[in-house]
Design a protein around this ligand. Structure first.
Ligand SMILES: [Fe+2]
Length: 254
């Protein structure tokens, strides 16, 4: 697909006049989720356009509108990566899967493709929903080469068994899904998750040089080292059943 030239803003960045979309780095856009929906991140690559998390199903028309604002139709998205198997990150996959390759860690793919409504936290039981496909079953260290950006999958079980973070080498940024939030606030440890796995995963992330965190909910962070330390402390406190550990719960799908 031919990538069109964009009008340039300050520092060569694209100016987008919608506060729900932020260009975090050149050609990397945060599209904020609404209500229970996760954020989506769009990366306009030299070779392929890639979306990280599709958000909830009911958020799709909004996501579609924002993509159009950025000059993209649904069929222009070549790859959708799910950071994990929870409903608020995968729900709108169904609108992309006829055009794009859907990618998720294999432990997430197993739950998504068999419609495990317990682990994915879908409760609607709507049999009219088309099944979700996963075309690429990812493993740790799988890479996506987009030309201008190279993304590496880091398997980070803990929040769920199929959780991954996605590390971008040139900018040293980390897309974290629900694994790591600004301030080190914990997310709910899901049905397939484990606090022990979580601490181990964050310890692995701590060995990398990371400049910024781009999480699935809330604000981005420019203090990843502090956030990771805090997340491990919170997780250890959770294991000890201490009171006052802040854990974010996202609503379940209706
Ligand atoms: Fe989640």
């Amino acid at each position: 697909m031919k990538i069109e030239k964009w009008p340039k803003g300050v520092n060569g960045w694209i100016m987008v006049k919608d506060n729900r979309i932020t260009e975090l780095c050149p050609n990397i856009f945060l599209i904020r989720g609404e209500d229970t929906s996760s954020h989506s991140y769009l990366i306009r690559g030299d070779y392929k356009n890639l979306l990280i998390d599709s958000g909830v199903d009911k958020n799709f028309s909004r996501l579609q509108k924002f993509l159009l604002t950025l000059g993209l139709k649904v069929r222009d998205i070549d790859i959708v990566i799910n950071t994990h198997e929870h409903f608020d990150h995968i729900g709108a996959n169904r609108y992309f899967q006829d055009y794009a390759l859907i990618a998720a860690h294999r432990f997430a793919a197993t739950k998504i493709t068999v419609e495990d409504r317990y682990v994915t936290m879908y409760k609607s039981g709507d049999i009219n929903e088309p099944s979700l496909n996963v075309h690429l079953w990812l493993e740790n260290r799988f890479c996506f080469d987009l030309g201008n950006y190279r993304l590496e999958v880091v398997h980070t079980p803990g929040h769920s068994s199929g959780s991954i973070c996605i590390y971008e080498f040139t900018r040293k940024i980390l897309f974290t899904g629900d694994t790591l939030f600004a301030g080190g606030t914990l997310s709910y440890i899901g049905e397939s998750g484990s606090v022990g796995d979580y601490i181990s995963s964050i310890s692995v992330l701590e060995t990398r040089r990371i400049n910024e965190l781009y999480p699935g909910h809330g604000e981005i962070s420019k203090t990843p080292e502090e956030d990771m330390k805090r997340a491990i402390l919170n997780a250890r406190a959770l294991l000890r059943d201490e009171e006052g550990v802040e854990v974010t719960h996202f609503q379940e799908a209706p």
